[in-house]
Design a protein around this ligand. Structure first.
Ligand SMILES: [Cu+2]
Length: 188
């Protein structure tokens, strides 16, 4: 019976590995997959834009809306926001009058769809609910948030930025606090 030294075992393992890789290399190269039938994918074009203003009328950035089959992607480019997290929502009235922006009304479609507020509310969300957006120390915010509003246009709605983070559960606006910036969606 042979006694294998550790070195011999290592050599055997290495040899086996080499044989394996050689075997793989010996296989015929796989033929390229047949070209898939191209699915028409037009480049997304924005359907609406909202110019955000603070209560004092200062430029607070823009929100650009892209309509998908089951909802709307909103590209948020904020500026001059206080550092930290901010609740943002679609509000039902396309009117942004400072200082409190109460002119923008409640969340979109509260009246037609009485679901409670909150993306994480077991009975929610309402149709104006969106993900929070974070602003950096320089006041800029860059995010994409998604509104699950199939077939509904954001034109005729406003985009509201709140002072605080939305907890996605509590009523009526997740504790998001004051309305600090607002923009009306205009069709592109
Ligand atoms: Cu709101």
């Amino acid at each position: 019976m042979r006694i294998l030294t550790l070195a011999a075992v290592s050599a055997l393992i290495a040899g086996a590995a080499m044989a394996q890789s050689t075997g793989h290399a010996g296989h015929a190269a796989p033929s390229p997959a047949p070209a898939a039938t191209p699915i028409p994918t037009p480049a997304p074009t924005p359907v609406a834009t909202a110019a955000l203003k603070t209560a004092e009328g200062a430029d607070a950035g823009t929100v650009t809306a892209f309509a998908g089959p089951k909802g709307t992607v909103l590209v948020v480019e904020g500026k001059g926001w206080p550092q930290g997290w901010h609740g943002v929502h679609l509000h039902a009235v396309a009117r942004c009058e400072g200082p409190g922006f109460t002119s923008a009304g409640a969340h979109a479609n509260h009246a037609e769809d009485p679901s409670p507020h909150g993306l994480l509310n077991t009975a929610g969300p309402d149709l104006g609910d969106l993900q929070n957006v974070h602003a950096g120390a320089d006041g800029s915010a860059h995010a994409e948030v998604y509104a699950a509003n199939p077939g509904q246009s954001v034109v005729g709605l406003s985009f509201l930025v709140h002072a605080n983070r939305d907890d996605h559960v509590s009523q009526p606006i997740g504790g998001a606090g004051a309305r600090i910036a607002c923009g009306v969606f205009e069709a592109n």
